[in-house]
Design a protein around this ligand. Sequence first.
Ligand SMILES: [Zn+2]
Length: 217
Amino acid sequence: MNELNKLLQEAKSSVGQGWWPIIEKYLQQMVELAPEGEFFFKEKYGTLRMRVYGKALDHEKLTALEMAAEHESATVCEKCGDPGRLRDDRDWIKTLCDSCLAKETEMNIIIEPNFWVKLKTASARKTGGAYSDWRAAFVGKEGCLSFRYYSKTFQFEYYLDGEEPEDQMISGRIEHVEENGDELNIRTNNSKYAFKIIKKTPNEDTTAYYAYLMNKE
Ligand SMILES: [Zn+2]
């Protein structure tokens, strides 16, 4: 005889807690339909699998419940339970909300060869004065901007194909990120940057991504 509480525990320990309400919603009905069935719980291809093998009072109904739980899990963040969606454009597949996705990933942005930098002069920096005019930094090759949340400091680095990232590191505390169409503007504590985006991986909104990271501070 299956014990609901024991199965609940087993199910919950098998997947992220964002999905626990889904488990609670379906498990009792499933146990009632298959009191002697063998239950399995796991995450597979980004969704929740609650599967029952063996005898059941109504196999059709049981299958419908299995499918309902699976479909529902594709819309709920496995980590926190907020509305989420299946992310299948990466090395891994998971159902996550935007916030949890930001925690999971580093954002890489392919930008145009030329980028523009606005720097504060040394004296302006001391007095908290204005930024100087835009200066063009001609890079000449396609590069990659890589954002990361690292040791509570926001950094981004720019590097060229085939070169070590360390060589091209731009480091600074990011204070503002704004994305408008294919234009990306970033202000750090000492510089301003404007980039034209060619491609983003993951293809998420950069403004939202950084708003989340800043709130986390
Ligand atoms: Zn989440």
